[in-house]
Design a protein around this ligand. Structure first.
Ligand code: SF4
Ligand code: SF4
Length: 134
């Protein structure tokens, strides 16, 4: 997926295609953690001009929130983070299922969860078939 006007200066998807693998996407009959059939590894979307709106409208939080440090770049962290109302969703690359337990990530997640709790929010981590509420 590519840039849009609200992208943090200096950030871009580059060769990252993690959001074409980790989420389940009903519109594309794509289950979680399976590559989209339209994704070309290391290149991107083969139907970019005609990709569905669910793809056009998505940017992960690293792309749009400068509060996420560079260590959260998905190609480095092996995680995709995004907001859904009060929920901060963290999808973990199944090839690195325990990365969210490691530092600095776990401490960041704990801080986000504590901050979110003050306003009724929470952090959910999806790793392989497991779901964790922070
Ligand atoms: S996970 Fe984020 S950085 Fe990676 S392709 Fe998707 S929107 Fe771009
Ligand atoms: S249609 Fe394109 S942008 Fe959407 S998930 Fe598939 S490869 Fe990614």
């Amino acid at each position: 997926m590519q840039s849009s006007p609200n992208v943090v200066a200096g950030r871009s998807c580059g060769t990252c295609t993690l959001c074409c693998r980790l989420p389940d996407i009903d519109h594309l009959d794509k289950p979680a953690n399976a590559w989209c059939r339209h994704c070309v590894a290391g290149k991107g979307c083969s139907i970019y001009a005609d990709r569905p709106s669910v793809c056009r409208d998505f940017l992960c939080l690293w792309m749009t929130d400068e509060g996420l440090a560079e260590v959260w770049e998905p190609s480095l962290s092996h995680m995709v983070v995004y907001r859904q109302g009060p929920q901060v969703t963290v999808l973990v690359d199944p090839d690195h299922p325990d990365v969210w337990r490691k530092e600095p990530y776990h401490s960041h997640l704990r801080t986000w969860a504590d901050d979110a709790e003050a306003t009724g929010g929470y952090v959910i981590v999806f790793s392989q078939d497991d779901v964790f509420k922070m």
